[in-house]
Every structure is written in structure tokens, then in C-alpha cells.
Design a protein around this ligand. Structure first.
Ligand SMILES: [Zn+2]
Ligand SMILES: [Zn+2]
Length: 432
């Protein structure tokens, strides 16, 4: 009873006078394939595929003595007869890419859109499924069958686009995202590519025709190995804040997400990749704790509030007793700093007063005239000015507390502490 019972119910629904009348009108326009006829009634008898439904309708019409013309379909122009051609074109494109999931989309040509409008004028669109939807599904099913991969609406690795205008298959390869932390052991390296201010990347005398302000960046240093392993086109680094170019990034490193564009591979062994990056950048940069994440992590990283810990080498301009230094440093611990935009950046940033907290300030050592301190503070606090006082624009400052001029000689970031919520999310997130 089961199978035949189902289809006879389907048939009964299609035998209603109203439906038969519409089907008759459609077939009078010219030859139509089973898919295109059946698709106009997709919302009726849902247990059937469009082509089955179309075949039943034709049978019913013939039983009633109607003449149903056979020939090239006037709606799809024979498209559903050559699905396999589209499937082969898609498979040909897909063979160069590693993927688990995909989605099929169609750019419908103007002629087919017109035909569809025409048939909806005759049949009404209330029971119909669009041509595009059926095509996507049918090609998708065949690709699933051939590749064993899954068609997926949300976050497919690849989007297969059937372009009916050009008769070509296009691929949209979605990026791979990886979270990690980087350490930078050398000064003078910016985080990302920095185009020359003079020529904006075109190359000029100022930049020695490199188009860049600095010969290398963390982004460029790590991208070679990463792009190569993923067989990607390009890589972009999104950092959770950035350290000064002349500061090293030590300790636990700075969180980042890299986006690998148009990757041919999506499943690279990340421990191996960490080793490779390290190997190729001996002593300059390394990446640690790499893990696969979703696209949303980029925005999370960029908006994350992170406390920073700095190791600061301070130069003293006058002789001061160690005990006074210890006391002065202790006074900064826990202080809320009112900081007016530093003189050195006020030409490119709004001039306003920010309040930032110093969570801890620790005396490390003193080798006359150099003092070493470790400071943990809110992100966005300018450390050089916390020390120098910037002519009274930062209050309090080490210079102010000591009553004498002090200046940062060297600066390293030793930790970037992202809000716990975010770290927790990253660690528990299913990275698929
Ligand atoms: Zn058709
Ligand atoms: Zn230039």
C-alpha cells in the first residue's frame, strides 16, 4: 500500500479540475518538459518530485483526450535534459579544491526569466517553485552523489554558481579563518603591510620603489608559509590591537585571526604550520595556539577589550634613590590615568581625554640610570606618555610622581589579556 498509495494520493490532488485547467493552458503554449510542468504545482502533492508530477499531469491530460506536444521545452529551453553537462562542468571546477560542504546557486539568463514570467502569467505563481530553486537542488543532489560532500545553506565552504548567461560554472571559495597568537622578537616590524604615504604603494624614491614604509611586517612574514600550505591566493591578518613598531611582542603573544582567501586546501595540520612559520622566520616572529574559527571571530578580535602588560625600560635624567623609585612605581599601581591624546599622534587622532586604568605597576630592577618596570593596564593607554607625562597631558605619570623627567627607552608587550568571555568562547567553540 505504501508507495503506490502515496503516488495515487498525489495523483488525486493533481486531478482537481482547477489544476487540470491550468496544466491544459500551459501545454497549449508549446512543448514543455516534465520538470517545468510539474514545477508549477510544486506546492501541491509535495511527496512527488517535479518531473514525476509533470509526467502524471501529462498522463491525466492525455486520458482526457488532450493532445500534449513533445519537443524542446519552451520554458527551460531543454535545460533539465542537460543537467549532467552542468554537473560535469561543476565537478571539473571543484576538483582543485578541498571542501566538506557546498551550495549551488544559479544566475538565470534573461531569456529564462522572461519565460518564467510568461508561464506565471498563464498559470499563476501561487503553486510554483522558481526554476532556479529546482535547478540548484537537482544539480546539488548530483554533486552530493558524485563527491560524497554535503550541500549546505549556512556556511558552505564553496558556492558553485551556474551562470546561465555565460554557460560557465563559477566558484566562490569561502575563506578559512584561523585564530592564534603571534610573538615578535625583533623591533622595527609593523603588524601589517604598511603602504608608503608618498606613493600609496605605487613605488617612489621615498620608499626605494618598494611601495612600503617598512620592508616587512608580521603579516608578510607569516603569510608565506600559511598561503603556501593552504594553497590560497592571499592572507590578511586581523590583530587584537597592535603594538608600536619599535616594541617587541613577547610573553604569551598577541591574539589575531588570519583570513586565508580562496584556499585550495582547508585542512592543514596547524601544529605543523606553527613549526613551519617558526622555521621560516628564525628569530623574528612565530605563531602559537593556532585553531580553526568562524568568520565572526574577526569582528570579535577587533572589538575585544584587552588588558596589556608591558615591560618598559625607563631612562632617568637625574640621580634618584632606588627606594624613591620603588615608591613612585607603587603609586602608579591601581591608578586611573587621565590621558589627553599624545602630542606625537594628535595630528591624526581626535584631541580628547581618555581615562584608562593601570592594574599593576611592578618595579623589576634598577641599573643606574635605567629602570625596568612591568605595567599591566587597559588597552589604549599610551605607555610612553604614562612615563614621560607628555608635558602634563598625561596625569599622573612616572615623571610627575618622581618630580623629574623620565623617558621610555625600550618597550615590549609581554601579554595581551583578552576579555575572558572571548577566550572562553574561542576555547569551547566548535571550529567546524
Ligand atoms: Zn523545461
Ligand atoms: Zn613610495
Amino acid at each position: 500500500m505504501c508507495g503506490s498509495g502515496e503516488s495515487s494520493t498525489g495523483k488525486a490532488e493533481l486531478e482537481k479540475t482547477e489544476i487540470i485547467e491550468i496544466a491544459r493552458e500551459i501545454t497549449k503554449e508549446g512543448p514543455i518538459c516534465d520538470n517545468c510542468l510539474g514545477r508549477q504545482f510544486a506546492k501541491i502533492s509535495s511527496g512527488l518530485s517535479n518531473d514525476k508530477r509533470g509526467a502524471i499531469l501529462k498522463e491525466v491530460l492525455r486520458e482526457k483526450g488532450e493532445e500534449v506536444e513533445e519537443g524542446k521545452c519552451w520554458v527551460c529551453n531543454g535545460l533539465f535534459e542537460i543537467l549532467e553537462v552542468w554537473v560535469s562542468k561543476a565537478l571539473e571546477k571543484l576538483k582543485d579544491y578541498e571542501f566538506d560542504s557546498f551550495l549551488v546557486g544559479t544566475k538565470v539568463s534573461g531569456m529564462l526569466l522572461e519565460n518564467e514570467e510568461l508561464i506565471w502569467e498563464i498559470a499563476g505563481a501561487s503553486y510554483a517553485e522558481p526554476l532556479k530553486a529546482e535547478l540548484n537542488r537537482e544539480v546539488g543532489k548530483r554533486i552530493e552523489h558524485e563527491t560524497g560532500k554535503t550541500a549546505e545553506f549556512e556556511r558552505p565552504d564553496l558556492v558553485v554558481i551556474l551562470n546561465l548567461w555565460t554557460e560557465k560554472v563559477e566558484l566562490q571559495v569561502n575563506s578559512v579563518f584561523i585564530y592564534g597568537r603571534y610573538r615578535k622578537f625583533e623591533r622595527g616590524i609593523p603588524q601589517t603591510r604598511w603602504f608608503c604615504r608618498e606613493c600609496r604603494g605605487m613605488g617612489c624614491e621615498r620608499c626605494n620603489f618598494t611601495g612600503k614604509m617598512y620592508p616587512e611586517s608580521v603579516e608578510e612574514l607569516i603569510s608565506g608559509s600559511i598561503v603556501e600550505e593552504f594553497k590560497g591566493e592571499d592572507m590578511v591578518l586581523h590583530g587584537c590591537g597592535r603594538e608600536d613598531i619599535d616594541a617587541r611582542m613577547l610573553g604569551s603573544g598577541r591574539p589575531f585571526v588570519v583570513e586565508i582567501k580562496e584556499p585550495g586546501r582547508r585542512k592543514v595540520d596547524l601544529r605543523m604550520l606553527e613549526e613551519k612559520v617558526k622555521e621560516e622566520n628564525k628569530g623574528k616572529v612565530e605563531v602559537i595556539g593556532l585553531q580553526y574559527v568562524k568568520r565572526e571571530m574577526v569582528a570579535k578580535i577587533k572589538n575585544a577589550k584587552a588588558a596589556k602588560t608591558y615591560r618598559v625600560e625607563v631612562e632617568l635624567k637625574t640621580r634618584i634613590k632606588e627606594e624613591d623609585l620603588r615608591n613612585a612605581v607603587a603609586k602608579l599601581s591601581g591608578a586611573v590615568i587621565e590621558q589627553r591624546t599624545p602630542t606625537r599622534v594628535v595630528h591624526r587622532r581626535a584631541d580628547l581625554v581618555r581615562r584608562r586604568k593601570v592594574y599593576s605597576a611592578r618595579f623589576v630592577s634598577f641599573e643606574e640610570p635605567v629602570l625596568f618596570v612591568e605595567i599591566k593596564c587597559d588597552g589604549g593607554l599610551y605607555i610612553k606618555e604614562l612615563i614621560s607625562g607628555d608635558g602634563g597631558r598625561t596625569k599622573p605619570s612616572l615623571s610627575e610622581v618622581l618630580g623629574t623627567e623620565t623617558e621610555v627607552k625600550e618597550l615590549d608587550v609581554v601579554d595581551v589579556d583578552m576579555d575572558f568571555y572571548l577566550e572562553d568562547r574561542i576555547n569551547n567553540e566548535d571550529a567546524s
